[in-house]
Ligand binder design. Structure first.
Ligand code: PMP
Length: 358
């Protein structure tokens, strides 16, 4: 009988709960309003000829390179950040290697690294989900071939500092250090400029979050030109589809759309945290477009009751160190008012309100 590799049979399965997502989508950190109308307009005009051709990535990579201020040979467009992670794992890892990840974090790092036969070493965040620099440095040894840091991190919303990242890169020059900046737009700080002079540093960005294009599947991986040459060797020439490539320059051009949306999210993440705090519900300061909220023992009922009120939120309770936690994506004023009304009703119903000053 045909059998998958032993490593594959031993992998954790990653099944995001996508089924039946009707309601206000505050469960996947997507853009809650959708992409720029200009992008939609461009997609509506796609011609048969544009679809008949194999997609050409390079001209769009030049545009992205100019937009983010790096050389075109440093840029690889990918089928979402997911593919960027996959390609780095394929380029650098083999059985017996070690990969350091900081937990709790985005689940695909472990799956894609472990699939190569590498051993995943998890380092737990410090108190209040602070970045555990010392523990990461301690976990690095001559077998370490990759360190993956989401900054801001999902599901915590906390970030590693530039100095943290550079220390890791310097301490382990034989190690690929991937900084996943999927939530960069909501944070505004980046280590992109540090790639020059730090040849083992890689930065991944996505158009799935602020840009509202999760369904198109497009992201970008940036690294040292020599390293990216190796990464391209394991990349399909047609990994990014034609529609995504047509849409991306339009999306990048509509800077007002992104900055307006980001401004709203930055405002309402503070507002939501303050309103929760008035209910006696704790959340952690966040640099991303979501809030990790401590609901406590009734987290499952909370998620179900919110869904019944038409609001989708994500239970993160089984993530390491996140017992009783639920993650809520931040959207616009109207959406946050709607979410808050439901939240206050559910919190009262479940007896979560402590010393309420509603
Ligand atoms: N990185 C992080 C930290 C994420 O939270 C997510 C989405 N949940 C991704 C990557 C996936 O991004 P993409 O849609 O570009 O594959």
């Amino acid at each position: 009988m045909l059998k998958a590799r032993q490593t594959v049979l031993g992998l954790k399965e990653y099944h995001p709960p996508l089924a039946g997502r009707s309601g206000l989508r505050l469960d996947f950190n997507e853009n809650t309003e959708g992409c720029s109308p200009r992008v939609l307009e461009r997609i509506r005009q796609v011609t048969a000829d544009e679809l008949a051709r194999y997609p050409e990535r390079e001209p769009v990579e030049k545009i992205v390179a100019a937009t983010v201020g790096v050389a075109p040979e440093q840029v690889l467009l990918t089928n979402g950040v997911d593919e960027g992670i996959h390609l780095l794992c394929e380029t650098y890892l083999q059985a017996g290697d070690e990969v350091v990840v900081v937990t709790p974090t985005f689940g695909m790092y472990e799956v894609l690294a472990a699939a190569t036969g590498a051993r995943v070493v998890s380092v737990q965040c410090e108190r209040e989900f602070r970045f555990p620099l010392d523990a990461v440095l301690k976990a690095i040894n001559p077998k370490t071939r990759m360190v993956i840091v989401a900054s801001p991190n999902n599901p915590t919303g906390t970030a590693a500092t530039r100095e943290d990242i550079l220390q890791i890169c310097r301490a382990a020059p034989q190690t690929a250090v991937l900084v996943d900046e999927a939530y960069y737009e909501f944070y505004g700080q980046t280590v992109l400029a540090d790639i020059k002079g730090t040849p083992n540093l890689f930065v991944a960005r996505t158009f799935s979050k602020a840009y509202g294009l999760a369904g198109l599947r497009i992201g970008v991986l940036v690294g040292d030109p020599l390293q990216m040459h190796s990464v391209r060797r394991v990349t399909s020439p047609y990994n990014v589809n034609a529609v995504a490539l047509l849409a991306l320059p339009v999306a990048l051009n509509d800077t007002d759309y992104i900055s307006n949306y980001v401004r709203q999210v930055q405002h309402y993440r503070v507002y939501l945290a303050a309103r929760l705090s008035m209910l006696g519900i704790h959340s952690w300061p966040t640099h991303a477009n979501f809030l990790l909220v401590h609901i406590g023992g009734r987290h499952r009922e909370f998620v179900v009751a919110m869904r019944q009120r038409g609001i989708l939120v994500r239970d993160r309770s089984s993530d390491p160190g996140c017992d009783g936690c639920v993650r809520i994506t931040i959207g616009t004023r109207e959406q946050m008012d709607k979410a808050l009304a439901a939240l206050e009703a559910v919190a009262t119903e479940l007896g979560l309100v402590k010393g309420a000053r509603v």
